[in-house]
Design a binder for this molecule. Structure first.
Ligand code: IMP
Length: 428
């Protein structure tokens, strides 16, 4: 395995963190390639629950070096808070184990304030962002006026760039009637953060290519999901980065020849936070049952925002599309245990829009919003499967469900999870 990419096949929150944590055991390097602290990964190790937003879950394996790639947008203050939290839980987060790309872009309070102002201005058309400043930071990047992590290495240059960015944002914020920022205070906070982060900032492109050339195994850890991709998702109800497999290459600066495994992670039902179409969404009792009450950390409430997730039946139109866009070599199906207790289970196999049947999402957002899902119905099962270790001990109905999904997506399902713990896995 020179390099494996782990990618969300739906709208994020598929359980990529636990899959990456599992694969990290056999990796030398784990690298995140897109997004920022809009992501939230929960990893359970014994009695410890780690909620990670920026730091790759590979950090929980002592032998792994973790990388934040050039494709990411990083809020330095939030990153330091997370590093401190992890360190307080006994995990080493030294510059030998954790590297930040000098080309990654920084999220500043200007971006956070602009994200809120833009959502407010959109009213009931709001995207439902995580309000972490992700969109405005990527806008500055593509507008060629962002600040890169490497600029933190030169205090004066960094302070000037910050000052300029905050003053520009203040013009927009005051025009929109929002609260403006104090450029001096921001500069003070960020210069402090820069002092601490300086030892971690390197050229990760050279680092990764050197390690790959020398035979290291690299795990490219995706955030968000395929349907949130800026190009391939339900635009404009998307994030502003490329969580798909192409994004792993540009977001890390590595070539396709190193990739030999592309693992799609799919939850065995659908969830989505924020606005946008979701043709299999369930309202009422069934949706509530899939969501859980919020008492458990694995219930369907956002790790980053705490928002209840929209829940629905599994949608293989979405998975088929994700398998194509990313070139999945296999899929990992998470949370099968949550489906125990249903008399029957539905899977969407196609959409119908204006009398036309679609096996892939239709061309326009308006059509997807009008889409009606065509379902097949499979028998459910009532057994508790959370302790199952061997595929032959799964109820017949659970095995049929897995086989059907693989068949509908034309992609092998190689592993499933039946609970949040590291060892609650079944190999198919
Ligand atoms: P942003 O990435 O904060 O700009 O949010 C854009 C859209 O992506 C919103 O619908 C968010 O709810 C969604 N989103 C962003 N990050 C995640 C994630 O990690 N999991 C699930 N949804 C996400």
């Amino acid at each position: 395995m020179p390099a494996t990419i782990v990618i969300g096949a739906q709208w994020g929150d598929e359980g990529k963190g636990r899959v990456a944590d599992w694969l990290a055991a056999e990796a030398d390097v784990v690298a995140r390639y897109a997004g920022g602290d809009n992501a939230g990964h929960t990893v359970v190790v014994g009695d410890k629950i780690f909620k990670l937003h920026l730091v790759p879950s590979g950090i929980l394996h002592d032998h792994v070096v973790c990388v934040l790639g050039n494709g990411m947008v990083v809020n330095p203050v939030n990153l330091l808070r997370e590093m401190d939290q992890i360190a307080a839980m006994g995990v080493e987060v030294s510059p030998e184990r954790f590297i930040i790309s000098s080309r990654a872009h920084l999220i500043t309070p200007a971006h956070v304030a602009l994200d809120s102002a833009s959502e407010k201005a959109l009213g009931n058309q709001a995207i439902g962002t995580t309000l972490r400043g992700i969109g405005p930071a990527y806008m500055d990047k593509t507008g060629r006026k962002g600040i890169r992590a490497g600029q933190m290495l030169n205090v004066e240059e960094f302070a000037d760039a910050l000052h300029k960015m905050i003053e520009e944002a203040n013009v927009t914020l005051s025009r929109q009637g929002g609260v403006t920022l104090d450029p001096k205070q921001v500069a003070l906070d960020y210069i402090d953060a820069a002092e601490r982060l300086r030892p971690y900032i390197k050229d990760t492109t050279v680092y990764l290519n050197t390690r790959l050339r020398d035979g290291a195994r690299v795990l490219c850890e995706g955030a968000q999901g395929t349907l949130l991709d800026i190009d391939h998702g339900d635009y404009p109800f998307v994030t502003s980065s490329s969580p798909t497999s192409g994004g792993a290459l540009t977001g890390l600066g590595i070539g396709p020849r190193y990739i030999d495994r592309v693992m799609g992670v799919a939850k065995c039902f659908s969830t989505r936070v924020g606005s946008g179409p979701m043709p299999t969404e369930l309202h009422g009792e069934l949706g509530n049952r899939l969501r859980g009450t919020g008492e458990n950390h694995w219930d369907e409430f956002g790790t980053t925002t705490g928002r209840p997730r929209r829940c629905g039946w599994l949608d293989t139109v979405v998975l088929r599309y994700a398998a194509a866009v990313n070139g999945f070599t296999e899929m990992f199906l998470t949370k099968l245990d949550v489906l125990s207790g249903f008399d029957e289970l539905k899977i969407a196999v196609a959409y119908h829009v204006d009398g036309v049947r679609y096996e892939y999402p239709p061309v326009t957002l308006a059509e997807t919003e009008r889409a009606e899902a065509e379902f097949i119905t499979l028998p459910g099962w009532h057994e508790d499967i959370s302790k199952v270790k061997d595929v032959k001990d799964l109820p017949d109905a659970a095995r049929t469900y897995i086989q059907k999904v693989a068949e509908l997506c034309d992609t092998p399902i190689t592993t499933i999870s039946v609970g949040p713990e590291r060892d609650q896995l079944v190999y198919i």
